[in-house]
Design a protein around this ligand. Structure first.
Ligand code: ZN
Length: 459
């Protein structure tokens, strides 16, 4: 009888625990979907402030705005972390055309890649040579490349269902194409936009010259996918065509900016810190609604959802709005540096930086033991159609926090439409759906709640 009684007691308490987790998560979702603030915050960031490139006035306005909003949530602490960031400015709108023969031209949409040098004021006109990647470029060698513009035209692989894999599969052209072509004496680089569909929007993004000396640095721009197809076809008809482009971007000295941090201090284990974050900077062509305004407002919403539900976390929860993910990652590095200097113990970090689309699940970078335990929570998410719980990548900004014990995670939204907008002028507020954004915030808050309640397993 006594054993039976104990079993009964255990089943009731364990059952109760599941029920209360279920109820807590239901309450989080209800708040997010009925009186959520994420969409309103995103509206302001996107439409009142706009694109927030590091070092810009808009980036500073975004720091001020999000700090003020977090100040209004009744958190235990809100503060700014100073960090020096690069300041690159696009200048006047870029211009490009294909010249079939003297006086016969077709304009094509381009945009300078972030960090690129400008062309001379009169632009560059030269023969252009198409390659599918850096290997092909190297195989052609200096004799075929010197004096020409190199056109990198390897498209994203449409058969990959995980579109981030398709992105990873060709982003080396954008990041290192100018460095490699510069070494072979090219005069400029044009890169097919990282976009799965055919349209007229060029997509910018970070590039690097590595340690190439200043005199070998050549201007680099992205061309829209339609423009890339036109250029490729025209080249097939006549390899002797010329390409013209002009851009006036410029790199200035670093300037001071800030990470914005809000905290609810843990009641029982204040030294066990959980971070939920996104990046406050964005590219400048659109207003950065998906990348990463969505992650910013969802992270703020996680804290707000805890407060409005009267949930008092045992562990410390911080929303961190990182500065300068796009062209430097200085904010992520600075946050981790300060955490290390203060010997802070971070147990969990969750980033949302894959767009504000319908959440499908989470990707975890953790020990197998912690991943196994997370899998026991999977059924709690099933009513919300959150099914993906997998080992994988977490996020760029939280990356520097990685150590042996921390559990890192990334929100995994549906990714099929992300690269329609990523780093392009159409990454704007109207392309974010309110419910999808709110469902993401609720999924994140639910996961943070579970880590708060159960902590992590030691390694
Ligand atoms: Zn991003």
């Amino acid at each position: 009888m006594r054993i039976l009684g104990l079993l009964l007691f255990l089943s009731v308490t364990m059952g109760f625990s599941q029920t209360s987790d279920k109820q807590q998560i239901r309450a989080i979702y209800n708040s997010s979907l009925t009186e959520g603030k994420s969409y309103g915050w995103l509206n302001y960031l996107s439409n009142q402030i706009g694109g927030r490139l590091s070092g810009s006035l808009q980036a500073q306005l975004a720091v001020d705005y999000t700090k003020k909003q977090m100040d209004s949530l009744g958190l235990d602490k809100v503060w700014l972390q100073p960090v020096m960031v690069p300041k690159w400015v696009r200048g006047t709108p870029e211009f490009a055309y294909i010249e079939n023969q003297s006086g016969m031209t077709n304009n094509v949409p381009i945009c300078a890649l972030g960090g690129s040098v400008s062309t001379p004021g009169v632009g560059i006109k030269a023969a252009i040579i198409e390659v599918k990647g850096i290997e092909e470029l190297k195989a052609l060698g200096r004799s075929k490349i010197a004096g020409k513009i190199v056109f990198f035209n390897r498209p994203m692989d449409p058969t990959l269902i995980r579109t981030f894999e398709a992105y990873s599969g060709c982003v080396d052209q954008r990041y290192s194409g100018a460095e490699e072509a510069g070494k072979l004496g090219a005069v400029g680089v044009i890169v097919r936009s990282m976009n799965l569909r055919l349209d007229d929007n060029p997509h910018t993004g970070a590039m690097s010259y590595g340690d190439l000396p200043v005199e070998s640095r050549i201007p680099a721009a992205a061309i829209s996918t339609n423009g890339a197809d036109l250029l490729s076809t025209t080249l097939k008809l006549d390899p002797k065509i010329k390409f013209f482009f002009r851009q006036s971007c410029k790199q200035y000295d670093d300037v001071e900016s800030f990470n914005v941090v809000g905290e609810i201090t843990g009641s029982t284990y204040p030294n066990e810190i959980m971070v939920v974050g996104g990046h406050l900077d964005s590219w400048d062509l659109g207003d950065g609604s998906h990348d990463d305004g969505a992650g910013v407002v969802q992270s703020m919403e996680v804290l707000r959802l805890m407060k409005v539900n009267g949930y008092k976390p045992q562990r410390t929860i911080r929303a961190v709005l990182f500065m300068n993910e796009e062209n430097g990652l200085r904010g992520g590095a600075k946050y981790a540096e300060i955490a290390k200097n203060k010997k802070e113990n971070h147990i969990f970090a969750l980033e949302s930086d894959s767009g504000g689309f319908t959440p499908r699940g989470f990707s975890f970078d953790s020990s197998d033991a912690n991943l196994e335990r997370v899998l026991t929570w999977k059924s709690l998410f099933e009513p919300y159609l959150i099914h993906v719980f997998e080992k994988g990548y977490s996020g760029a900004d939280i990356g520097p926090l990685k150590d042996k014990q921390i559990v890192m995670a990334g929100l995994v939204p549906d990714s099929q439409r992300y690269f329609d907008y990523h780093h392009a002028q159409n990454d704007i507020f109207e392309h974010v759906n309110r419910r999808e954004l709110e469902l993401g915030a609720a999924a994140m808050a639910s996961m943070v709640y579970l880590f708060d309640k159960y902590g992590i397993l030691p390694n």
